[in-house]
Design a protein around this ligand. Structure first.
Ligand SMILES: [Zn+2]
Length: 408
């Protein structure tokens, strides 16, 4: 029993403190009762005010950030063994396919990804899954929450019904493995150019009726725009036979998802680099969250995420690393640090911090953390960003991007 131990308090200062309530505070501190163990939070507030109110309390080392663990809202754990492959999107996708054919994906790779997440202190993840053994493993993992999204790629509408039946069958078999507080099952129709409109609609209706979360890659590469607008461009040139049955809608990728009724299922959209004002209004109206992956965008020269425009439209943004093939680590704290460097003065550091924690939980539908009086101090962690971004050979985009006005 700890009844005989005199209470000992400490003040933990940081440039940013986030308790999961409201916005992160700048130049703040956490007043902690460190003994008797376990250490518990007394209050969070301005460093100057807490220092004045508690003059005899020892002050701990200053930190950059004290916050709940960051969320990695989008990754592909089974690509953990893929080497970093900078280059164009179409070449990168070819490298992913070759890596899979060479046996580089699967459970062993996903285990390596899980170990990396654990070492980075990540407890909440959105993972894209292509292997049933990996799906089973994630749904059974006791120390993780978030969503395991089963990936669907089928651009030919002739395949839509058979693929839908296979997905519905998988959901029926696997769903009983879901456990309260653990990883949930979700679906990931890969992208609006790799899944036919008919299958996108069937999957979105199914997700709504079954309450399955959705995650969709969208507007990552500039080449998606001409493909959807008139059917041409670099994606058509590189993937002619694969896209033989793809017919352009004349819309933007986000506009197409909205017109098909897919946004009504409130999917989380990944990347969203090439969006216009009309797209942003549609996302805001539908209440869709977007996962920003700044390091992957730089490695694949995708362009710069229009951070300020998303903030202006009030669209909830999360952070994700994407796969090890386009990102040098699976740490969302590294992603946050890189986002600070990429966006500079265009982004509010406190808002980016919100995105890395609460934005991630919102995107995945998990319970966001709240650090209240009496909470365990261990619910808060000191974030360390080593500042190794960009790595050698990766050039950051020069200018901070913004969105184009809506056409018409
Ligand atoms: Zn991805």
């Amino acid at each position: 029993m700890s009844a005989g131990v005199a209470p000992t308090r400490e003040l933990w200062p940081a440039e940013f403190v986030y308790d999961g309530l409201g916005r992160p505070r700048r130049h703040a501190a956490v007043l902690v009762q460190v003994r008797p163990a376990p250490a518990r939070v007394i209050t969070v507030g301005s460093f100057a005010e807490l220092r004045e109110a508690h003059p005899g309390v020892a002050v701990g080392p200053a930190r950059r950030v004290i916050a709940p663990p960051a969320v990695n809202a989008h990754t592909h754990l089974d690509l953990a063994h893929m080497p970093l492959t900078p280059g164009r999107y179409v070449d990168f996708v070819a490298a992913v396919v070759a890596h899979g054919r060479a046996g580089g994906r699967g459970l062993a790779a996903a285990e390596a990804g899980l170990a990396e997440l654990a070492a980075a202190g990540v407890r909440t993840v959105g993972d894209i899954v292509t292997d049933e053994a990996v799906l089973t493993r994630l749904l059974s993992e006791p120390d993780l929450q978030g969503v395991a999204y089963w990936e669907v790629i089928a651009p030919d509408p002739a395949d839509a019904d058979a693929r839908f039946d296979a997905v519905a069958d998988l959901v029926r078999r696997v769903r009983p493995l879901e456990r309260p507080g653990g990883v949930r099952l979700g679906l990931s129709p890969h992208a609006p150019h790799t899944v036919s409109a008919h299958l996108l609609q069937r999957l979105a209706r199914f997700a709504r009726s079954e309450r399955l979360p959705l995650q969709i890659h969208v507007a990552e590469d500039p080449g998606e725009l001409p493909l959807h607008r008139h059917g041409g461009g670099p994606l058509r040139e590189a993937w002619g036979p694969f896209l033989a049955a793809f017919h352009p809608s004349g819309r933007t990728p986000v506009g197409l998802l909205d017109e098909l009724g897919v946004l009504a299922a409130r999917p989380t959209l990944v990347h969203g680099v090439h969006v216009d004002e009309d797209d942003l209004r549609r996302l805001q109206r539908a209440g869709c969250a977007v996962v920003h992956c700044p390091r992957s965008n730089a490695v694949l020269a995708s362009g710069t995420f229009p951070w300020a425009a998303y903030a202006r439209h009030g669209v909830s943004v999360a952070l994700g690393t994407d796969s090890r093939g386009s990102c040098p680590s699976l740490s969302p704290v590294d992603e946050w640090g890189a986002a600070l460097e990429v966006h500079g003065a265009a982004a509010d550091p406190a808002q980016l911090l919100w995105s890395a924690v609460k934005g991630g939980h919102r995107a995945l539908g998990s319970a966001p953390p709240k650090v209240l009086r009496g909470s365990l101090a261990a619910d808060l962690v000191a974030w360390r960003y080593p500042g190794r971004w960009p790595p050698a050979g990766v050039r950051l985009p020069g200018a901070v991007g913004d969105v184009a006005a809506a056409p018409g």
